[in-house]
Ligand binder design. Structure first.
Ligand SMILES: Nc1ncnc2c1ncn2[C@@H]1O[C@H](C[S@+](CC[C@H]([NH3+])C(=O)[O-])CC(=O)[O-])[C@@H](O)[C@H]1O
Ligand SMILES: O=C(O)C(=O)Cc1ccccc1
Length: 235
């Protein structure tokens, strides 16, 4: 279904409710530049590290498209676990996983409250940005602690620039991208307002610092388009 969520006047903050979930795959494809390429890189780099019976978590798995794609491309037995606190998203995720014949354990709940154990790989694409800054560092520490030695954390985030001028130019460039994807100025403005104080981006440097502070031995930027970045960190 086509994303028309912000065509009408909206007064509430952005939420992953039934309406957003019903158009979510289209929303991501049209709102995150190179979403498919970022997902392809996530999967290919994940495959480099994965062995039989490894445990893989996707934090903020939404409709499970990343875990399903990973399973499709992997010839090993994996324990796949998708976590999300949106019931509407997980209902879609379960239907999709069933339709593709992929075995995924879904856990509905807040990532803060769910124990993560013995993971080889943790993926979290465009989800940390929705975690309050005060809790974000703690969550990344929990992610680090739950990874096996040599385990990998792949995550993507909308990022800001610490340079005011470049930050404004980056936002302008992103809105040009959204226009090319068929979003009107009204839709863009409405979503921008709804995401205010909900989606809180860090800079690339702040993300790297958070990863380093948690104890990861290495962090690389795998992909970046203006204000959207994908990182890989190794324990
Ligand atoms: N505290 C939380 N606990 C659990 N889930 C949460 C929390 N906060 C937000 N979510 C969930 O995180 C997901 C973020 S979307 C991820 C896209 C996906 N990774 C993808 O690559 O397709 C990104 C975006 O919409 O920009 C939503 O499904 C929320 O319900
Ligand atoms: O659409 C936006 O303005 C974004 O920043 C990306 C996005 C994509 C999907 C849900 C929330 C934010």
């Amino acid at each position: 279904m086509i994303d028309k969520v912000f065509e009408k006047s909206i007064t509430k903050q952005f939420e992953f409710d039934e309406e957003v979930a019903s158009v979510f795959d289209d929303m991501l494809n049209r709102s995150v530049p190179y979403y498919k390429e970022m997902q392809r890189l996530t999967i290919n780099f994940a495959l480099n590290f994965l062995e039989n019976n490894d445990k893989v978590y996707d934090l903020g798995c939404s409709t499970a498209s990343t875990l399903i794609e990973l399973a499709k491309h992997c010839d090993k037995e994996l324990q796949l676990i998708g976590i999300d606190n949106s019931n509407a998203m997980l209902n879609r995720a379960k239907n999709k996983a069933k339709a593709f014949g992929v075995a995924i354990e879904f856990i509905e709940g807040d990532i803060h409250d769910i124990a993560l154990e013995d993971a080889k790989l943790i993926i979290s694409n465009y989800t940390l940005q929705f975690i309050r800054p005060l809790h974000r560092e703690k969550l990344v520490q929990k992610i680090y602690d739950s990874l096996e030695s040599g385990g990998v954390f792949i995550f993507s985030e909308k990022v800001i620039s610490s340079n005011k001028t470049l930050n404004k130019q980056s936002i302008d460039e992103y809105y040009k991208f959204k226009k090319t994807q068929g979003y009107s100025e009204f839709e863009i403005a409405q979503k921008r307002e709804a995401l205010e104080n909900v989606l809180i981006p860090y800079s690339e440097e702040e993300n790297r610092q958070m990863i380093e502070d948690a104890g990861f031995s290495h962090c690389e930027t795998l992909f970046k388009w203006v204000n959207f970045a994908t990182f890989i960190a190794i324990k």
